[in-house]
Design a binder for this molecule. Structure first.
Ligand SMILES: *Cc1c(COP(=O)(O)O)cnc(C)c1O
Length: 373
């Protein structure tokens, strides 16, 4: 088979989505499936939808267009604030977008009017992650201006956690967000339909004993795709953690002495790397590198240890594992490694499970075959 490749088990992705949808439904929280880590891959988006997610969200309009062209008609929102240079596409292909700038919202309204439609706006509130967000004290004034803007409708408010900072939200943050929803309603009138609490980092809170208050939506990527908690990296009980596997081919196996820095290498101090003191140990080289994935986010089979990687090579210690040239190694991926592999042109995406037919219709039954796409 062609390598490197990512093998994708759609059944496990669907099962993860279904489990989370069912658990969160009990506390009246809907799930939006986030497809940015898989570049809006239509089969994966369909698997999320088959698992019952209420809609999809992506950070890039190109990924949204990819899903629309494949025949996906569910609500899709842009979770990254749209660029002024992509207004027309955002209006045409997305039902809603997350926003933090009035200039952008005015332009979205104008573009929506031009296309004789209306666009839903969700306001992202800054609650400590310090990435995007309107400061809470400015939210009601901001929302009032949005409600006065033609072409857009205020659909809801949202918060974001554990993206820039690695801090999970606490119950108190969700109480504050709920209060902000009520405050916006008092301040400017319309019912705040959507209160989106955050992403996979919110699951410990949502699946815990807390009352969800006004929070009625989560935007989930990592938990559905990898079954892991983005803050701790640990598996979430009840979810599959092996829906994705990376396969790479071995192109060299040799016992090598420890690298001795040459004069010229030593002079380039900035380029020196720490290498393990593994004199004379068996090493293998895999034909995959930084251009294909985040090599620091890979999990190797037991007995294989990561030594280092360059743009096209990954070197591992294979002393405790029988590895031969031409064999394939099955490797696990974290979110960052997955995202890079899914967007790398040289990594084949091999789908296992339900297949789309002719790019539009869906196949009802599960078929145990692999297809290269
Ligand atoms: C990426 C992203 C998400 C999904 O995060 P996960 O940790 O993968 O669940 C949700 N909201 C926003 C704004 C994002 O950028």
């Amino acid at each position: 088979m062609t390598s490197p490749r990512v093998e994708i088990d759609l059944g496990k992705i669907e099962a993860n989505a279904r489990y989370l949808v069912r658990r969160l439904c009990a506390c009246r929280i809907s799930v939006t499936g986030v497809t940015k880590a898989v570049c809006g891959h239509p089969d994966i988006a369909e698997a999320m939808l088959d698992g019952g997610v209420a809609g999809l969200a992506d950070a890039r309009i190109k990924n949204v267009i990819r899903m629309r062209k494949a025949g996906i008609t569910c609500p899709i929102s842009m979770i990254r604030a749209p660029m002024l240079s992509e207004m027309e596409d955002v209006i045409q292909y997305c039902d809603a977008s997350y926003n933090t700038e009035m200039d952008t919202i005015l332009k979205l309204g104008a573009a929506a009017k031009q296309q004789s439609t209306s666009h839903d706006v969700i306001l992202m509130v800054e609650m400590g992650d310090m990435r995007e967000g309107i400061l809470p004290e400015n939210l009601t004034d901001f929302a009032t201006r949005v409600t006065a803007t033609a072409g857009v409708a205020l659909k809801g408010i949202a918060a974001n956690f554990a993206c820039m900072s690695n801090v999970a939200p606490m119950g108190g943050d969700m109480v504050r967000l709920s209060r902000l929803a009520a405050q916006v309603e008092r301040g400017c009138g319309p019912f705040v339909e959507l209160v989106s609490g955050g992403g996979s980092a919110n699951l410990p809170w949502a699946l815990g004993e807390n009352s969800s208050g006004r929070v009625n939506n989560l935007r989930l990527g990592e938990a559905i795709l990898l079954g892991t908690d983005p803050v701790t990296g640990q598996p979430i009980a009840g979810l599959h953690t092996d829906a994705f596997a990376l396969f790479a081919e071995v192109i060299e196996t040799k016992a090598k002495p420890r690298a001795i820095p040459t004069k010229s290498a030593a002079s380039e101090l900035g380029n020196l790397k720490l290498v393990r003191n593994d004199d004379g140990k068996a090493r293998a080289i895999l034909s995959i590198g930084q251009q294909d994935t985040d090599t620091s986010g890979l999990t190797f089979p037991s007995g294989v240890l990561f030594i280092g990687a360059t743009s096209d090579h990954t070197v591992v210690d294979s002393t405790n594992s029988a590895v031969s040239v031409g064999s394939e190694m099955k490797i696990g991926l974290n979110y960052s490694a997955l995202m890079r592999a899914m967007s790398a042109p040289d990594v084949v995406k091999a789908i296992r499970g339900k297949q789309r037919m002719n790019g539009s219709a869906r196949d009802g039954e599960t078929r145990p075959f692999l297809a290269l796409i």
